[in-house]
Ligand binder design. Structure first.
Ligand SMILES: [Fe+2]
Length: 362
């Protein structure tokens, strides 16, 4: 808090006698005094920014700009600086009116110096309280902003770490998927294409965002269980005997078991376990039907089957696209979830697959 002796008072009055009396009297009491001839000059002072009085004595009747006109503008420039109006004896109503408009108090001219000084001191105390409060508010706001900024950068950092972790996890999943493809010579690039198509189907079905990651994992790893199937069965030329078929049919269960060992994979487990289930209940390994089949699996089943039929494999050429599409349509409600088939056709999700010679997905 400033010492009273350093307080600065701006006297705004056009009457040289008043200027003199107040300047000398208040100067003796230890105030720094500045004088302005009218409201306009006072505003110029305040707007210059070089001068910041602690209190303003403002006459009401002045040429150029009256105290009444100047008051709201002063309040705007210096909202916490108290303004004491100087009113003529016969103009008390204007003084009271000025108080309604934000003046701190009013003095009737002529006033005794002692009374003027008391009023100024009250105004200065009031100003100190308001200034302290404003300063505290400013500090609180600055603290709040810096805290908010810190939290924001922390959140960005966390999100960044999460995204990196997620990318690293997905890389691991891709590496695993490639391991399966290396083992099964018929499935080069198949898992990645199934993932892409499955995500398109899920997007068309408006699946919630949190289901997309498990879907991608399940799509990439749907055949991970083939790791547990002997290569001589997987790569056998010609028909498999019934025992071999039973062994092949184990791969969704083996896959689900592998995924169950890693927490990150848990939401994807049934997407893998159910990918050979059929909507009509005639699939394997559990023979579940309809919506009892995991929704991720219902999407993957169509993507997997479509890709297997539409793409060339070493032992056979791809089927013509129109034939594949007819087959998919016919299997709606039998092998496939009708809703999945419906968006597959309505959104033309097969359009990345070109129907030419030994075709490749684009
Ligand atoms: Fe499979």
């Amino acid at each position: 808090m400033k010492a009273p002796a350093l307080r600065s008072i701006l006297i705004v009055d056009d009457d040289p006698a008043i200027q003199k009396v107040l300047s000398i009297g208040l100067g003796r009491l230890g105030y720094h005094i500045h004088v302005a001839q009218n409201g306009k000059e006072a505003l110029n002072y305040l707007e210059s920014g070089d001068y910041d009085p602690d209190c303003i004595l403002l006459d009401i009747r002045m040429p150029v700009m009256t105290g009444r006109e100047a008051l709201p503008k002063i309040r705007e420039i210096k909202p916490i600086t108290p303004v004491i109006m100087l009113t003529a004896f016969n103009d008390l109503a204007t003084g009271l009116d000025a108080m309604k408009n934000g003046a701190f108090d009013y003095l009737v001219k002529p006033s005794r110096l002692e009374h003027i000084s008391e009023t100024i001191e009250k105004a200065l105390k009031y100003r100190d309280v308001v200034a302290e409060k404003a300063e505290q508010d400013r500090k609180n706001e600055a603290y709040r902003l810096s805290l908010e900024k810190k939290m924001q950068s922390k959140a960005i950092e966390l999100n960044d770490t999460y995204m990196k972790l997620k990318a690293a996890n997905m890389q691991t999943v891709r590496a695993l998927a490639e391991t399966i493809e290396a083992k099964d010579q018929y499935t080069q690039g198949h898992c990645e294409r199934v993932r892409k198509l499955a995500v398109k189907i899920a997007t068309a079905l408006k699946l919630p965002a949190e289901k997309i990651e498990p879907l991608e994992i399940a799509a990439l790893l749907h055949d991970i269980g083939k790791i547990g199937i002997p290569e001589r069965i997987l790569n056998k030329q010609g028909a498999l005997d019934p025992d071999e078929v039973d062994i092949i049919k184990m791969h969704p269960i083996i896959g689900a078991q592998i995924l169950s060992t890693v927490e990150f994979f848990l939401p994807a487990i049934n997407g893998v376990r159910h990918h050979h289930e059929r909507w009509d209940g005639n699939g394997y390994p559990d023979g579940v039907a309809g919506e009892d089949i995991d929704q991720l699996a219902r999407i993957i089943t169509l993507a997997d089957t479509f890709d297997a039929m539409a793409m060339s494999r070493p032992y056979r050429k791809a089927l013509p696209l129109d034939g594949v599409l007819r087959e998919i349509q016919e299997e709606s409600g039998k092998q496939f979830d009708p809703e999945v088939v419906q968006v597959f056709f309505s959104e033309k999700l097969y359009s990345d697959y070109v129907d030419a010679g030994s075709r490749q997905a684009q």
